[in-house]
Design a binder for this molecule. Sequence first.
Ligand code: ZN
Ligand code: ZN
Length: 149
Amino acid sequence: MFFRKKLIIDSICLDPQCSICGFPSAKIEITNAHSYPNDANSWSWRKLRSYNKYRDFNADYLIYSGPGGGNGAIGDPISIERKKAIIKAFTKPYDFEEIKNQFYDMAGFCIECNKFYCPAHWNVNTNGYGHCPEGHGKSLDPHWSPEME
Ligand SMILES: [Zn+2]
Ligand SMILES: [Zn+2]
């Protein structure tokens, strides 16, 4: 056994749920400045070391992973404006324009169904094109460039 100082956790999870299976359709976590993501106390030393090395603790961070891709284990710094916009976009009632403004793959949201689906239920093919369980098609191609500052 070893002792490790408890980390300061201050993180907002906004994961939408797949309306079929309840699994997250995407992982959306905003970690506040000077703190760690929710699961950080269970990380390996190695992961913690790499996080400490690459994280800018003066900034809020977004960790995102959706059907079309993500921004890695550390995430990216985000502005206060973007943080507010993401929280609003992923709080009910959902507005697809707001969701679309945040992530290219819309975190698995189907506009026609007005529902979220996980990557498995989007049946994403190798070209990054998927169909929801109701047959609505959409491109989930991993274009990761949502930072609009
Ligand atoms: Zn599902
Ligand atoms: Zn649909």
